[in-house]
Design a protein around this ligand. Structure first.
Ligand code: HEM
Ligand code: NAG
Ligand code: NAG
Ligand code: NAG
Length: 350
């Protein structure tokens, strides 16, 4: 009697929960949140966090909207190599090359590391040392998208900063290569639990920002890629007259600084900059996804936000693991009993 009553209330409760979940997901689809992260992580100890980030970045982008691209890319690289643990922010040490230095590296926009540290300092002044550099990077990427005209979306928070950074080999192994085919990219992202729709959606990050000649001259010389519009190719050849040219050009020729769906329109017109972009339209598997995003920006925005939340949860460090860095560029100094003792001894003059 008692147990059947509680079973019925269990059924009622689960159907109520499922029902409300369905309603929520219809309003704004979000992937399930991994253990240790939460939508309200800093609600009590840093309630102004998201306002601080957005206000400062609004100011930064007013002077240079290009930094939005840099900030979006740095979060992607952080998450794809070792996980979203802020390791991409660490300066290289004697122990090995950092994610920052290894090619494909982020030397295109060195300022982004200064911007993230400035955000960290402002947050520290308001809340103390409670917000991780990896969470700041995730929020900065979201605001880079939103303040460039893209979707606003909520970011699950509670990441902590990792204690190590990846080797050059691990970096190269994990970051997708600009010369990849869609087939290769699908295999690369499958290792992270992402599918072809995630791949096409996150590649839409290339609706803002720039690329170096080195990232696409292989499509021009010695032979021109047949999947490239002739006028577009002629333009690129003017920007990069040889394979060793050092110029840069925009990733989305239609609206280079606006976060919109024109990147997919570029692809449909064979005006994608990188091989890894254009092949998304050439490949029969990904082509219909490209077309659907090119014709429906709302759909692209929804899918982009969904997939960004997903990549923002890759191998996160949570709970009591890792640390909250005092400086995003380096690990906190270790303060074990032994270290303290040795430091004290070193300070003693005999
Ligand atoms: C799918 C595989 C991807 C490949 C092969 C790739 C490759 C590249 C390459 C080669 C560049 C130009 C870098 C240079 O020439 O210095 C670039 C730039 C960029 N990437 Fe990606 N990327 C990929 C995915 C993504 C994703 C998922 C995002 C973010 C959601 C992203 C955001 C950006 C941005 C914003 C830039 C411009 C950076 C700037 O202007 O500073 N990329 N990417
Ligand atoms: C950054 O990558 C480029 C090629 O993408 C390479 O030429 C350069 O040496 C790299 N920089 C560092 C510091 O490793
Ligand atoms: C575009 O996508 C949105 C979001 O998925 C959908 O609700 C809408 O019906 C689509 N519009 C068209 C014209 O297909
Ligand atoms: C953070 O660390 C970097 C690299 O070690 C250093 O150049 C910078 O001055 C530090 N910033 C602060 C505020 O201490």
């Amino acid at each position: 009697m008692n147990s059947s009553a509680s079973f019925i209330s269990f059924l009622l409760l689960t159907s109520a929960l499922l029902g409300s979940h369905l309603l929520l997901s219809r309003a704004q689809p979000t992937p399930p949140i991994v253990r240790g992260l939460s939508w309200t992580f800093y609600r009590s100890n840093c309630p102004r966090l998201e306002t601080i980030v957005r206000d400062y970045l609004r100011q930064v982008f007013r002077n240079d909207i290009g930094q939005a691209a840099g900030l979006l890319r740095v979060h992607f690289h952080d998450c794809f190599v070792q996980g979203c643990d802020g390791s991409v922010l660490l300066d290289g040490s004697a122990s090995g090359p950092s994610e920052k230095d290894a090619p494909p590296n982020l030397t295109l926009r060195p300022e982004v590391f200064r911007i993230i540290n400035e955000l960290r300092n402002r947050i520290q002044r308001a809340c103390g040392q409670v917000v991780s550099c990896s969470d700041i990077t995730a929020l900065a990427a979201r605001d880079a998208v939103f303040l460039s005209g893209g979707p606003d979306y909520r970011v699950p928070l509670g990441r902590r900063d990792g204690l190590t950074f990846a080797t050059r080999e691990a970096t190269l192994d994990n970051l997708p290569f600009f010369g990849s085919t869609a087939r290769e990219l699908i295999a690369n992202v499958a290792r992270k639990g992402l599918d072809a729709t995630d791949l096409v959606a996150i590649s839409g990050g290339h609706t803002i920002g720039r690329g170096n000649c080195a990232s696409f001259t292989e499509r021009l010389y010695p032979n021109q890629d047949p999947n490239m519009d002739q006028k577009y190719a002629n333009n690129l050849k003017r920007i990069c007259p040889t394979t060793t040219s050092t110029g840069t050009t925009v990733l989305d020729i239609r609206t280079p600084n606006v976060f919109d769906n024109r990147y997919y329109v570029d692809l449909m017109n064979r005006q994608g900059l990188l091989m890894s972009d254009q092949d998304l339209f050439t490949d029969r598997t990904t082509r219909p996804i490209v077309t659907s995003f090119a014709t429906n920006e709302t759909l692209f925005f929804e899918r982009f936000a969904f997939s960004m939340i997903k990549i923002g949860m890759l191998n996160v460090v949570t709970g009591t693991q890792g640390e909250i860095r005092a400086n995003c560029s380096r690990r906190n100094p270790t303060r074990s009993y032994l270290t303290t003792l040795v430091e004290d001894l070193e300070n003693v003059s005999f």
